[in-house]
Write a protein that binds this ligand. Structure first.
Ligand code: 5AD
Ligand code: SF4
Length: 435
């Protein structure tokens, strides 16, 4: 019996898929490489932008044919897309070959859904309060391990669907997180990435807990490992958090700090609760306190009402902030969010702006990459880079991906790499020292 999981979207979903895999393996299923070979196909979905959603519905639709060929095939849909209002009902009516639909807060029902498939379809998007500890997990990202620290979001940025599909902010207990991290380190994981929609607000719902103190507790655990975290909301990134990163060698000098726009007017309309000046001041402070820090970001173009002048403010901020990399998106209206009701921008304008934004960030990345050539960096070897044959890859502490040649036995080891060549975002180097 075999399973195939198709994961869409962010790291949170990648980690949720490790829990889905854990449940399926517990039931006796093994992983396979395509839906055609599988007895169970699970779509772990994303709905952050319309393009993602359209693609996923297309992929689910393809299961109709496959199920004609393999009538016992079980099809399950879970994650953010199914949690959207009306989505579960839509799938029930328009995709009769789907057996199970679950949301983001009840993965624990997957077993029951699969066991009853064929006799009874299961559609349930209720939020159950299951504890992380109750899930078997099958980890797929060695030497890195994902660790949830908080779920959901209370910020309601006006463009964003996440608070509607992931619910209100909930923090895990610090002792549970610490126990999980200790277990992972003793299992040989070398990099721990703390996950939350907004990690900086971790602990606001638990007396005496805070993100800075959680990081300090983890940072002082013995042994050589790296601690990463994502995502940081600029409005909640305190000096205490910056200090914790600066103090601990184990905590990576890498901050993912989504800015979204460089225009204070647009930031206000987005309900981001910081402005251009305070964001740039924060970036400066981070750079002063954390040597060689890599700051990455998310940026959106084409938010309702964005003028050419607003967009030029974004380009200007990109040049000033000098992000080591940026994920750039075209704004996509999401049903049920306030921004979807505002007057929208022309698609052609959005297209022009995303092209210009990508070119602008590319220049910045290229400049930073050039400064790295000739220098040596400690890199954690992650594995093959599937894009280039016989090439391994890993990240610098600041989060830059480096390609190099080395033996596959070095996966999970720290090596020193001298950067020899840089083509914009891609760095190439040679290993000069092994652990
Ligand atoms: N349209 C486009 N991009 C979006 N993001 C969030 N909501 C939308 C949307 N409606 C982007 C933001 C966020 C990242 C995860 O996705 O930049 O930081
Ligand atoms: Fe969405 Fe804003 Fe919450 Fe991030 S902070 S998940 S962008 S609402």
């Amino acid at each position: 019996m075999k399973y195939y999981i198709h994961t869409y979207g962010c790291q949170m979903n990648i980690h949720d898929s490790e829990k889905i895999a854990g449940i399926l393996r517990d039931m006796g299923y093994d992983e396979c490489n395509s839906p055609e070979e599988a007895d169970v196909v699970v779509f772990n979905t994303c709905c952050i932008r319309e393009t993602a959603e359209k693609k996923i519905y297309g992929h689910i639709g393809q299961m109709k044919k496959l199920k004609c060929k393999k009538p016992n095939l079980i099809v399950a849909v879970c994650g953010c897309m199914s949690q959207q209002e009306g989505a579960s009902e839509h799938i029930r009516q328009s995709y009769p070959f789907v057996d199970v639909v679950l949301g983001t807060g009840n993965l624990n029902m997957l077993r029951q859904g699969i066991e009853n498939a064929g006799r009874q379809r299961l559609f349930n998007t209720d939020f159950c309060c299951v504890r992380e500890e109750d899930f078997p997990q099958y980890r797929t990202s060695y030497p890195n391990a994902w660790v949830n620290i908080n779920y959901g979001c209370n910020n309601f940025c006006t463009y964003c669907i996440v608070p509607y599909v992931r619910g209100r902010e909930r923090s895990r207990r610090p002792e549970d997180i610490l126990a999980e991290v200790k277990g992972l380190l003793s299992d040989g994981y070398k990099e721990i990435t703390l996950l939350g929609q907004n990690v900086n607000s971790y602990g606001k719902d638990i007396e005496g807990a805070s993100f800075a103190s959680l990081m300090r507790e983890i940072g002082k655990l013995p042994g050589k490992f790296r601690l990463r975290f994502m995502t940081s909301h600029p409005k909640d990134l305190t000096q205490d958090i910056i200090d914790a990163v600066a103090e601990h060698k184990n905590i990576c000098n890498n901050v993912h700090l989504p800015v979204q726009s460089g225009s204070s007017r647009i930031l206000k309309a987005m309900n981001r609760r910081y402005d251009r000046e305070s964001y740039l001041a924060l970036v400066e402070r981070i750079k002063e306190c954390i040597p060689d820090v890599g700051i990455t970001t998310d940026i959106m173009v084409g938010f309702p009402g964005e003028t050419e002048e607003d967009f030029c403010d974004t380009l200007d901020l990109v040049r000033k902030a000098q992000f080591s990399s940026a994920f750039c998106f075209v704004y996509s209206p999401r049903k049920g969010t306030p921004a979807s009701l505002m007057p929208q921008i022309d698609d052609a304008v959005k297209k022009d702006r995303i092209t210009r934004l990508l070119a602008c960030q590319n220049e910045v990345t290229k400049r930073i990459s050039k400064t790295m050539v000739g220098k040596r960096y400690e890199v954690l070897v992650e594995g093959n880079n599937f894009r280039y044959k016989d090439t391994m890859c890993g990240r610098t502490e600041s989060g830059r991906l480096v390609n190099f040649k080395c033996d596959s036995s070095l996966v999970g080891k720290f090596v020193t790499v001298k950067i020899e060549r840089a083509s914009s975002a891609t760095l190439w180097g040679v290993v000069t020292e092994e652990e």
